[in-house]
Design a protein around this ligand. Structure first.
Ligand SMILES: Cc1ncc(C[n+]2csc(CCOP(=O)(O)OP(=O)(O)O)c2C)c(N)n1
Length: 587
């Protein structure tokens, strides 16, 4: 699909240099082809769609005006960078995106010289761009640096920390605010209202730009106007906030108007100092289903581009997020102290129903994870039961934190319930995707804190201490090797009694976790063994010390050796290879 059927402009773009060679009149039809290419290609495999449809013109204009990759272009989060990928030599590979061995879903420095910064987490672009701008100054380079950041990403403290720093330096840097009024769901917060006010000030702003041109020719009058404008704008004209922070604010301009974009970026490219361009775009632009429902089309699975019908994935049982959302609704009904908090991840965290049913107790705090957790701490200090759904890995070293890992979706519900009853912070760590397919009991019962569950008593002398989803994955290995299998349930506090018993009664132990080995649950078991003076041999199975590449959860587990086959191989090698198994008396 794709190339051969294209009108010809897109098929001829192998690098942005080809794009820069085009006359300006070709940019509009090129953008139209690019948009169509995205709609059709993402339909084949699913991926991020709506955000990229909104940045088609911006990507074309930026590569047309700036000398990439010499000039640095940094896309915040990076889910909107598909058009950029297509324009930078990756058109033919776009259909491999998000798949193992295929294109990364976000810009990746290892993948392309045009990806100036590796992203995925939100709100890093201005800090990274500023670092590059400072490097340019220190090395005497004349390269330009551009950060493109969404209005959602602008809600994070990190973005403001970077603006605060940049504005204090007289440094050449362009920040483009890609304002589509949406995060994954509706953007929230006072800042998003402020952006809306900026839009309504558009006419005034245009007048002001016109006035500036005239006044610049009369320096005294210009200075007077500039000073009084700062005050006047505070009341009626937006732009002040960024200007007060040391940026030259221009906009808002229509981010789908190719001419306006190219002209404005062309002018701004030569302006010294920190520059801020406010661009207004529409999420899902040019694809009717995505324009109508940009939330659904933020990251769809495969679909039929012509009809806009999503191909449904086969499902067995609820996702962990659904179990979580349902549990929170049940608790909120039973106990008015329960409050739900999300850092801009309502859909992904399973909180859509909770918001509908308990709007006063639902808080989307925007992309602000630090704030979410600290807000929860404040609520807890004054007697509430705050629940934060957060996409995160976290460490065992936080004092006084209970950390649980459910073996399946039913245990997930029971652990959430247990956490909600405790008078101390607690975390339930579950994976994305669906559970094992077990029935989720409506009834909720608290689990004894720090107590593991013996799943199988073996007689071979081998014990498997499994955390979370590894309990089920290790079950077949336990059967095959006649090993004891323990569902550890609690990473913290660890069930030290069961660890001691197992150590005394077995010849070898294997710990299993879907987590980094370094500092993980298996390390907690080792620390415990060391404390009680046990020298029983231990194998730690978990995620090796390295960044995990993108891919489906199943693929990534298999690559890390954490699927059933990988676990069996590792455990057998350890058990038989070290001669421990042979030491067991037969029978
Ligand atoms: C720190 C962090 N929190 C949450 C997310 C999940 N996330 C990915 S994209 C996104 C919304 C970004 O909105 P915006 O910057 O406005 O971009 P748009 O999709 O509207 O183009 C969120 C919340 C993330 N990537 N990083």
């Amino acid at each position: 699909m794709g190339d051969e059927r294209q009108g010809g402009l897109l098929a001829a773009i192998e690098t942005p240099a080809d794009l820069r060679a085009l006359p300006r009149s070709d940019l509009r039809p090129l953008a139209d082809e690019l948009r169509q290419y995205l709609i059709e290609t993402v339909g084949q495999m699913g991926g991020h769609l709506a955000a990229g449809l909104g940045t088609v013109e911006l990507a074309v204009a930026l590569h047309h005006v700036f000398d990439t990759p010499y000039d640095r272009l940094i896309w915040d989060v990076g889910h909107q960078a598909y058009p950029h990928k297509v324009l930078t030599g990756r058109r033919r590979r776009l259909s491999s995106i998000k798949q193992r061995g295929g294109l990364a879903p976000f810009p990746s420095r290892a993948e392309s010289v045009y990806d100036s910064f590796g992203v995925g987490h939100s709100s890093t672009s201005i800090s990274a761009a500023l670092g590059m701008a400072i490097a340019n100054r220190l090395t005497g380079s004349d390269r330009r640096v551009v950060a493109v950041i969404g209005d959602g990403a602008m809600s994070a403290g990190l973005a403001w920390e970077a603006l605060n720093h940049a504005g204090s330096l007289d440094i050449d840097l362009l920040v483009v605010l890609n304002d589509n009024d949406m995060s994954i769901s509706e953007n929230v917060g006072a800042l998003s209202k402020y952006f809306a006010r900026l839009l309504s000030g558009r006419t005034y702003s245009h007048l002001r730009e016109g006035g500036k041109k005239v006044l610049r020719k009369m320096p005294a009058a210009w200075e007077l106007a500039r000073r009084s404008e700062v005050h006047a704008k505070g009341m009626v004209l937006p732009g002040t906030l960024f200007e007060e922070m040391g940026f030259n604010y221009i906009g808002p301009i229509d981010g789908h108007d190719m001419n306006a974009l190219v002209t404005t970026l062309g002018n701004m490219r030569h302006l010294p100092g920190p520059q801020f361009l406010h661009v207004v775009t529409q999420k899902g632009k040019g694809y009717a289903p995505a324009e109508a429902d940009p939330i659904k089309w933020h990251g769809p699975g495969p679909y039929d581009p012509a009809s806009g019908t999503l191909f449904k994935e086969q499902s067995a049982g609820p996702t962990y997020s659904q179990v979580f959302g349902e549990w929170l609704c049940d608790m909120a009904e039973l106990d008015s102290r329960f409050v739900g908090i999300t850092p801009a991840m309502r859909e992904g965290s399973g909180l859509v129903d909770f918001e509908k049913r308990f709007p006063e107790r639902y808080f989307d705090v925007a992309i602000a994870e630090q704030h979410a957790v600290t807000l929860a701490a404040g609520l807890a200090c004054d007697g509430m039961r705050p629940v934060v759904a957060i996409y995160s890995t976290f460490l065992r070293c936080v004092p006084n934190l209970v950390v649980m890992a459910p073996a399946d979706e039913n245990e997930c519900r029971q652990m959430l319930y247990t956490a909600g009853q405790l008078d101390q912070p607690a975390a339930v760590r579950y994976p994305r995707g669906r559970g094992a397919g077990v029935a989720v009991e409506k009834t909720m019962r608290p689990l004894p804190v720090g107590r593991a569950e013996l799943r199988r008593q073996g007689s071979s002398g081998l014990a498997l201490l499994a955390f979370g989803t590894m309990v089920n994955i290790a079950a077949a290995t336990a059967e095959a090797l006649d090993a004891t299998l323990v569902n550890m349930r609690f990473v913290k506090p660890l069930d030290e009694a069961i660890v001691a018993q197992v150590a005394a009664a077995h010849l070898a132990i294997v710990t299993l976790e879907e987590n980094a080995i370094e500092g993980g649950a298996g390390s907690a078991v080792l620390e415990c063994l060391q404390r009680i003076g046990s020298a029983v041999p231990v194998l730690q199975v978990g995620v090796p010390d390295g960044f995990v590449e993108h891919g489906s959860r199943e693929d990534n587990l298999a690559t890390a050796g954490l699927d059933a086959a990988g676990v069996r191989t590792a455990v057998e090698r350890f058990w038989r290879g070290r001669g421990i198994a042979r030491a067991v008396p037969a029978g």
